[in-house]
Design a protein around this ligand. Structure first.
Ligand code: ADP
Ligand code: MG
Ligand code: MG
Length: 203
């Protein structure tokens, strides 16, 4: 699959949803999430090389996201994309198993840096079930597009499931019980990023 195309599609989807993501963040944070990510992914598109392996392209995109995205989500997403790129190494093609390993590496990176577990109302609540669903579909013999669609569906369910959670990490945790009853913006943006992956993989 073409991961450079994923970066471009992700940037388009984030730009289209930036307003909504920032509104979600305004309810339980500081209202900048969509605009943070929009800036970061626009920079990632700019940083894409003309000719490079998928792994190298993700490393460069991740670096751009780290340097241009504000907020706590910038380093988390940027380092995760970078780590996924490193996991792909110098392979010239990305197959179903390779993408699964890259997604697993991205999740591990987010959890190492942010120390969030599932149930704490963060992007981990979308990413962890997405990776699990991807691996399950892969074990069942699914091709890359089927695995990516399973991951995107699971990420969307995971994001929805953050509504009744109380935030335990990040800015939203300052609200205590008042964080209950709202979608976590980072979980929603993660679901968008995985949906972009599934869309590009299915083409
Ligand atoms: P900031 O809170 O610095 O303004 P953003 O608004 O860009 O940053 O991102 C907020 C999102 O970051 C949250 O919705 C949540 O999903 C995610 N987040 C915050 N802290 C953590 C963490 N420790 N681990 C994983 N994700 C986190
Ligand atoms: Mg914010
Ligand atoms: Mg902020």
């Amino acid at each position: 699959m073409n991961l450079l195309e994923w970066v471009r599609r992700a940037a388009e989807m984030i730009a289209a949803e930036a307003e909504r993501l920032s509104r979600l963040d305004a309810a339980i944070g500081d209202g900048d999430h969509g605009h943070n990510l929009d800036r970061g992914f626009a920079a990632a598109v700019e940083a894409l090389p003309e000719n490079a392996t998928p792994g190298r392209a993700l490393v460069l995109a991740g670096r751009a996201i780290v340097s241009r995205t504000g907020g706590v989500s910038g380093p988390l997403y940027g380092m995760a994309v970078r780590r996924a790129g490193k996991e792909l190494g110098d392979a010239t093609e990305v197959d179903a198993a390779g993408l699964g390993a890259a997604l697993r590496a991205a999740l591990e990176c987010v959890q190492e840096l942010g120390e969030a577990e599932e149930g704490e109302k963060t992007m981990v609540d979308a990413l962890a079930p997405a990776v699990a669903a991807y691996e399950q579909a892969l074990a069942a013999g699914g091709d890359l597009a089927a695995c990516a669609r399973a991951a995107a569906d699971a990420a969307e369910r995971g994001a929805q499931a953050t509504v009744p959670m109380q935030a335990r990490k990040g800015r939203a945790s300052y609200l205590g019980r008042r964080s209950i009853g709202h979608l976590d913006p980072g979980a929603v943006s993660t679901a968008l990023l995985i949906r972009a992956l599934a869309d590009v993989a299915s083409e």
